[in-house]
Design a protein around this ligand. Structure first.
Ligand code: FAD
Length: 541
């Protein structure tokens, strides 16, 4: 049951939106887009700099024949689908879930890893103190702590995975100093207040925070004198495309007869479940495949195949750029104590007095030589953001066209680094090497959706509660991990892994104690959360 004050607030917001939509066509268009299907991913997306040199598996299975059956079909080859596939295949190889290896088949609409994972900013640094106070207000202190710890666990986990997969160098997975830089005193003071609360409630997790303020400290960081203050902690950065495609390549090598990957094979619709085995039929341009387990790892596109998720996970388009640093940037200020930092720092810049307007930057290392088949990285600045600027939400929320990007945001990003950094007396600028768009999935309650999808949401029948299948997995069904609200690198890996344990039917007895319960999909949550909650949260109502 939605409590009355919230229900009333949402009714008022809904009425206001209706009225504004009548008077303002762009708002009308925005909400029509939000209510529509995102469709399957559009062909020929813009080229992300991360994917400029495609992985050898980028078109894997594009021309292959689709089998008629798989024990599990995963839709989506981003970080979620990859985490799921790795967890379930490696578990099965170790424990032998059934008499024969589990057959897992992955469908990908376009090139492998061509969704948000292959187009993002490469940060593995969660929003911490900034989100903590709101998480605590909404979910209580214990759940807020659990969510923060879940987010933080991603860096160590991804570092271990990259090490185990022998992808440490190729994936550039590394610890960085993660700095938040502020340009408005009021927001900086608010941030410091939030940090105090965070430190009090999570002393261990916050122990590595440092504050930089005063012109000398700011100058040492090579930040411009517009910077009011800065706070830093330890975070992570990664080449997301190399990590994910590297893992999938290993899975294809190690499980040649029970892991199948079909790129350029969109799933266009799902029907079922039919028959005593509870088989779903998935339609693709290559024909139909049947399976008892459908795993939706489609994030922003989830509501195409699950219409019940419309207005629950909302797609939104972001912009990224890759820029060559100006000479001297990353070498440290020569006038003070020079500390070279190329590839070892990441930044979130808050240029206004709102936490909702921010830009984010990671920097690829400057490598001495090429790693495996890929050309050497050259300290490229991977810079994105501008999301909350100039009413950009009007055209970008609900927008799934990643062939392009918002041109105003892009031109802002192409110039903003010269305001953020100052390199001694050098006034040269960054060289823009690439600009691209990417689609993220906003969850209306700002928490991911992880677990079995009830039939009320899929509007397809259910065999939930029936006996486990002959494969000893959980009862047949549809499953999902999605809706990371632009923070997938600190939510998706562990969500995909948790989902694998659920499908394996081994998620009891505390094995998933680390998964925040509020992430789990339930009919109650689905009924309760409304798009008006998201709007209220953005408007601080
Ligand atoms: C511009 C941008 C910058 C970002 N920066 C960061 C960042 O720095 N740090 C961070 O933590 N997060 C960031 N994010 C968010 C993060 O990238 C995502 O949350 C995360 O990558 C989601 O991973 P995923 O595997 O769930 O989805 P995706 O990587 O989007 O994968 C879903 C896949 O499903 C495929 N698919 C969809 N529908 C179908 C279908 N019907 N049939 C077959 N295939 C289908 C898609 O083609 C896609 O490959 C950013 C996102 C964007 C867009």
């Amino acid at each position: 049951m939605i409590p009355w004050p919230r229900r009333l607030r949402n009714i008022i917001i809904r009425a206001l939106i209706r009225a504004i939509s009548l008077l303002c066509p762009p708002v009308h268009t925005l909400f029509s887009r939000i209510r529509s299907s995102p469709g399957v991913p559009i062909k020929d997306p813009s080229t992300s700099y991360w994917t400029l040199c495609p992985s050898p598996i980028s078109r894997h299975g594009a021309d292959g024949d689709l089998p008629k059956y798989a024990d599990i079909v995963v839709i989506g080859s981003g970080i979620t689908g990859t985490s799921f596939a790795r967890a379930i295949l490696d578990y099965d190889a170790l424990h032998g879930v059934t008499g024969k290896p589990l057959c897992v088949l992955m469908l990908e609409a376009r090139d492998v890893c061509s969704g948000a994972t292959g187009r993002n900013g490469g940060h593995i640094t969660p929003m911490l103190y900034r989100d903590y106070t709101e998480l605590k207000a909404v979910h209580g202190i214990d759940m807020a702590r659990k969510i923060i710890r879940f987010r933080l666990s991603h860096f160590q986990e991804l570092l271990s995975v990259a090490t185990e997969e022998n992808l440490l160098e190729e994936s550039q997975c590394r610890e960085v100093e993660a700095l938040d830089a502020f340009y408005e005193p009021s927001l900086y003071n608010e941030a410091k207040g939030k940090l105090e609360t965070y430190k009090k409630d999570l002393p261990e997790e916050s122990s590595r925070y440092q504050i930089y303020e005063g012109s000398d400290e700011i100058k040492n960081l090579q930040l411009s004198r517009l910077t009011v203050g800065c706070m830093s902690t330890r975070g992570g950065a990664v080449h997301p495309y190399h990590l994910v495609t590297g893992i999938l390549a290993r899975l294809l090598r190690v499980y040649p007869s029970n892991f199948y990957l079909f790129s350029h094979t969109p799933c266009t619709s799902i029907s079922g479940p039919e028959s005593a085995e509870g088989l779903y039929s998935l339609e693709t341009p290559k024909g139909t495949i049947q399976t008892p387990h459908v795993v939706h790892a489609t994030n922003a596109w989830a509501s195409h195949l699950i219409p019940g998720m419309r207005e629950k996970i909302i797609p939104a388009r972001g912009v990224m750029t890759a820029q060559g640093p100006r000479p001297g940037l990353g070498e440290g200020s020569k006038k003070k104590r020079p500390t070279a930092w190329t590839g070892q720092r990441s930044f979130v810049f808050y240029p206004s007095n709102s936490f909702d307007v921010y830009d984010y930057l990671t920097q690829q290392p400057a490598a001495d030589s090429a790693v495996s088949i890929y050309p050497k990285s050259a300290g490229e600045l991977m810079f994105g953001g501008g999301f909350g600027r100039d009413n950009g939400f009007l055209t970008e929320v609900g927008n799934v066209d990643d062939r392009g990007w918002n041109s105003r945001t892009a031109s802002y990003l192409q110039g903003a680094l010269s305001d953020y950094f100052k390199v001694d007396d050098n006034d040269s600028k960054e060289e823009v090497k690439a600009t691209w768009g990417g689609i993220l999935g906003i969850s209306v309650d700002q928490q991911p959706w992880v677990g079995r999808i009830p039939a009320t949401i899929t509007s397809r029948g259910s065999v939930f509660g029936g006996a486990p299948t002959a494969t000893n997995l959980a009862a047949p069904g549809e499953w999902m991990a999605a809706g990371y609200t632009g923070e997938g690198m600190v939510h998706a890996w562990q969500s995909g892994k948790a989902l694998a344990y659920m499908v394996l039917g081994i998620d009891e007895g505390g094995i998933l104690d680390w998964l925040p319960e509020v992430f789990r999909i339930s009919e109650e949550r689905w009924k309760e959360v409304e798009i008006e909650d998201l709007i209220a949260s953005f408007l601080n109502l």
